[in-house]
Design a binder for this molecule. Structure first.
Ligand code: ADP
Ligand code: MG
Length: 239
């Protein structure tokens, strides 16, 4: 269970996210939905204590910032450097670092875990390639493989499906569903309204403040979307 208590964020004294409180039960897949600039990325970063904030986030009753090894986080793509010279298997292996004592050499069992994760996302054959040689969708699958080896209890993904092919999107979604079955709590910032009912157990509608949170079937309503998107709703094709 993730508990958000009066979390708010300001940038240069300007409130970007009004105080919000809610409980996200797990295992589950929750969509964080709202227009550009709504504070979706800000919410994840505030929860993770990456940026200054008021309020607190708890994971099973403990402050999340003291359990960061229990959370895998993939930030929004704009902030990731694809040109960094690193092989696919090395990139995935970075997920193991929280669990490996400093200076201990990787063992065969560690590389086995990396290869198993690559197999799950359908990229075992790419293990020795440079990440710069991958398509956007393949790279996003690599980041999901890194979450798999991290064996975290919570997975936070910021707009993982933007600009990727539908095969990659389906593989990622199937992987996330299996992770949920294995007991994980998953938060996904998302803005394609057409997939919401297929993807999420709960949705959190945001526009600089919490508009609504709850099970998708009774929260993903025209009324709530209107409040979240205002006149932009019709430009996006509606609900
Ligand atoms: P979303 O992810 O929903 O598109 P963000 O959380 O990125 O929105 O941003 C919310 C608001 O906060 C936007 O108005 C954005 O311009 C502003 N903002 C985000 N990051 C910063 C920052 N580092 N400094 C100042 N303002 C920021
Ligand atoms: Mg964002």
């Amino acid at each position: 269970m993730i508990t958000i208590k009066n979390l708010s964020v300001s940038y240069q004294q300007q409130l970007a996210l009004e105080p919000l409180s809610l409980d996200i039960p797990g295992p589950s897949i929750t969509g964080i939905i709202g227009p550009n600039g709504a504070g979706k990325s800000t919410l994840l970063k505030g929860m993770l204590d990456i940026i200054g904030h008021q309020g607190q986030t708890l994971l099973d009753g403990q402050p999340l910032e003291r359990s960061l090894n229990r959370v895998a986080y993939v930030e929004q793509k704009i902030n990731i450097d694809y040109h960094f010279p690193i092989k696919v298997k090395e990139c995935v292996s970075l997920g193991l670092y929280p669990n490996i004592r400093l200076f201990r050499r990787f063992r065969q069992a560690d590389w086995d875990k990396v290869m198993e994760a690559l197999r799950i996302v359908g990229l075992a054959d790419y293990a020795d390639r440079q990440i710069s040689q991958l398509s956007g969708g393949q790279f996003q699958r690599i980041l999901i493989a890194r979450c798999l080896v991290q064996e975290a209890d919570c997975i936070f993904l910021d707009e993982p499906f933007v600009g990727i092919d539908s095969v990659s999107e389906d593989i990622i979604m199937d992987t996330l569903r299996s992770l949920k079955e294995a007991g994980k709590t998953i938060l996904i910032v998302h803005h394609d309204l057409s997939k919401v009912t297929a993807y999420f157990d709960h949705i959190l509608l945001l526009n600089k403040k919490l508009i609504a949170f709850g099970p998708t079937e009774n929260t993903f309503t025209r009324e709530n979307l209107q409040e979240t998107y205002g006149s932009q709703l019709f430009m996006n094709g509606g609900a």
